[in-house]
Design a protein. Structure first.
Length: 268
């Protein structure tokens, strides 16, 4: 059975884990390695069960521990060529990746990683490069789209395929505009290479979800410009306007910024 855990989702650190009975795959490693070891133990898991690491982009909250994890467990790290270069430049990554552990992905080109068929796709964000991932395993299509400034036609096609979807709901527009951030930062967040608002997240789901989408997780909420209940209510209200009822037509939850979720068992 395919299972999913989020170990953190937000500007202080992002890390997501998909695993079967025999193989595990990490998406981003922006949390501390010691913290992650403890959290894995709490679930009866070990970091030695990880076989592959996918990186979305080279911002510190997604890559902080990638070198340490790769060195300690001899793990290959999958990222685009530009993201690998960005990891090498990022001073927050104190232990750099061994060259032998670098694996290159290309947006739109699927790759087979054991039990997982992984397809990276381009996502607009102001990093060196940014990708989302469609991951197929055991008859299930899982999709993660984080740090996304705009929902492009390409991004829409991957939402349309998902049985399970992790998607950014970063900020409430009113909270952002009336909040403490300096104006240039507000402009950056609202730009097409910034972050997705609650409203735009809701519209993206409502207009592109396929019949049979089972579960949505809202990710990467801003601590200063959002609130979990506000994000949930905003997205839920928009879905209802499209005739989609949370709890009936699909399940939806907000991922916590600093603490793990439980274990989700993903059903066909």
């Amino acid at each position: 059975m395919l299972k999913f855990i989020s170990f953190g989702s937000g500007s202080s650190g992002n890390c997501y884990y998909l695993y079967t009975e025999t193989e595990g795959l990490i998406i981003d490693i922006g949390v501390g390695i010691r913290t992650l070891k403890k959290q894995f133990r709490d679930f009866g898991l070990s970091l030695s069960s990880i076989h592959y690491v996918l990186i979305t982009h080279d911002h510190a909250d997604h890559i902080k521990s990638v070198g340490s994890l790769s060195h300690e467990y001899h793990l290959p790290i999958y990222a685009t060529e530009k993201v690998h270069a960005g990891i090498d430049r990022n001073y927050c990554v104190q232990r750099k990746l061994p060259p032998a552990m670098k694996r290159r992905v290309v947006p739109g080109e699927p790759l087979e990683l054991g039990a997982f068929r992984v397809t990276p796709f381009s996502v607009p964000h102001d990093a060196s490069e940014n990708v989302g991932y469609q991951i197929e395993a055991e008859g299930i299509t899982f999709c993660i789209i984080t740090d996304v400034g705009a929902i492009t036609d390409e991004v829409k096609t991957y939402i349309q395929r998902a049985d399970y979807l992790v998607i950014e709901a970063n900020h409430d527009e009113e909270m952002l505009m009336h909040g403490p951030y300096p104006y240039p930062l507000k402009e950056r967040i609202q730009s097409t290479t910034g972050h997705l608002s609650n409203k735009d997240c809701g519209v993206a789901i409502a207009e592109n979800m396929k019949e049979g989408l089972k579960h949505v997780w809202l990710c990467h909420l801003s601590e200063e410009n959002n609130h979990p209940e506000l994000a949930r209510k905003t997205v839920e209200t928009i879905l209802r306007q499209y005739g989609i009822v949370v709890g009936k037509d699909l399940e939806m939850e907000v991922l916590k910024r600093n603490t793990p979720t439980g274990i989700y068992e993903l059903q066909v």
